[in-house]
Design a protein around this ligand. Structure first.
Ligand code: SF4
Length: 95
């Protein structure tokens, strides 16, 4: 019988090469007005986004899985996202 492995355990098997410059930028005003900020916090599978005490949205870009989910749900103008520069970002080691 196959061992059940949690998502967190599987994600720990990946390698992340850090791009010092964030490939993700949140427009705080639009994110707040449209509710996109709270949505990003809820939907990102890697917990890249966090709501700070002052209500702004923090971004821990190094953990990004490059899945594109945030782009699919963000209101127009609320999010700038591009792939990390060549060779950086997540390197999947498990299917
Ligand atoms: S691309 Fe995926 S993992 Fe990266 S920030 Fe967006 S939702 Fe999170």
């Amino acid at each position: 019988m196959a061992k059940i492995v949690s998502i967190a355990e599987r994600l720990n098997g990946n390698l992340y090469y850090l791009d010092e410059e964030s490939h993700i930028k949140v427009n705080q005003d639009i994110a707040k007005k449209t509710g996109t900020g709270k949505l990003l916090v809820r939907i990102c599978p890697a917990n890249v986004y966090s709501e700070e005490q002052d209500g702004t949205i923090g971004v821990s870009h190094a953990a990004c899985l490059e899945c594109g989910t945030c782009l699919a749900v963000a209101a127009p103008g609320s999010l700038e996202w591009h792939y990390p520069k060549g060779g950086c970002g997540v390197h999947f080691r498990e299917g």
